[in-house]
Design a protein around this ligand. Sequence first.
Ligand SMILES: CC(C)=CCC/C(C)=C/CC/C(C)=C/COP(=O)(O)OP(=O)(O)O
Ligand SMILES: [Zn+2]
Length: 427
Amino acid sequence: MKVEGRIADIYRVLFEAPPSTKSVMLELWRDTHAEYLTNGLRHLGPGFHVLDANRPWLCYWMVHGLALLDETLDDDLENDIVDFLSRCQDKQGGYGGGPGQLPHLATTYAAVNTLVTIGSERALSSIKRDNLYKFMLQMKDKSGAFRMHNGGEIDVRACYTAISVASLVNILDADLAKGVGNYIASCQTYEGGIAGEPYAEAHGGYTFCGLAAMVLLNEVEKLDLPSLIDWVAFRQGVECGFQGRTNKLVDGCYSFWQGAAIALAQKLMTIVDKQSKPSYSSKLSSVGDACGTSSSGLASEKSSSLDYAKFGFDFVKQSNQTGPLFHNIALQQYILLCTQVLEGGLRDKPGKNRDHYHSCYCLSGLSVSQYCAMTDSDSCPLPQHMLGPYSNLLEPIHPLYNVVLDKYDEAHDFFRENDQTFTVTDS
Ligand SMILES: CC(C)=CCC/C(C)=C/CC/C(C)=C/COP(=O)(O)OP(=O)(O)O
Ligand SMILES: [Zn+2]
């Protein structure tokens, strides 16, 4: 009630303001956000020691935030980041949370997305894809799902980070893909969202991870999409932002996790329509049991003949098949009025401090909510799709990987052309 009251006070000021003041109130403070993110790349205070195992994440949150704002980094800073991430790269493959740390799938995702966002030849060629592939195979459980690190937990986040990275650097194949889709399907709950593990609670973070991974695997039909969409749509509340799970508080980072999940569904309407027909009966329930068992007629059985390189690429080129399935203007209102911090940076909600994670994901969610009303993937959003001045427009992202779209295109070309340099040998 306190949070709702505080947000209602903010919106009351907006509604009572004259139009010229409204426009100023709804501005994105680009310069101060860029300054906050750039400063973080150069120096972080001693309090950041608690994030010592998350240093590639800090790079990603800042570098991706700046790319969304269309800010360029100077060459020295870019090279320093590439060198730092190379020191986080394990000799046997994958990236740890800092130099000398155990390779981990989450920090591997953060490192690879950072390097793709930097996008230079030096950055992209620093990723040792043959070792990365071997690391990923080692992280694969016999059920088909992935664990986060050697001896670590198995969950939907591990599945997504593995599949996203493998797809992005063009090493995804049937051996990596086998069984992952069935595991993710087994994590969809009675509410419709996806949980971290079978029998756990549906959560926006895992719902994005699960749905995005399923698209990259071409196994999205194994999910019950109408109930997933229903669950995500109802996570947007009176505050205009999203909550992560039922009965919890609104939080700016779910602007991306929930907002991107429901935006993905705009390109999946053919499947949604098919699943919504009364004649579409029990196909899904046969996949819902524990991990590993194959279900008849669905993609994984033919996986050895699938061209995994094309799923992420084709998906983003495809136009939206419907308008937004959530209130995209209301979400922009929450992000612009409730998460921006005057000194730069974005936050979870009023009363909280700014941080780099929320800056990255509030900006990512803002981008998704600005572009999701377009039906033609090549055009620009119309002013009526945006709240505030048109100068608020951010760069579009590839919603499956959460990297800026131009950077994705360049990386896609690079890893397709350099495919011959990827060799897996039995050693
Ligand atoms: C790519 C990648 C690594 C994705 C991670 C996705 C993600 C954000 C997962 C959420 C994890 C989780 C259980 C949060 C609940 O925290 P909480 O109880 O503090 O928050 P809540 O009250 O909002 O649920
Ligand atoms: Zn958050």
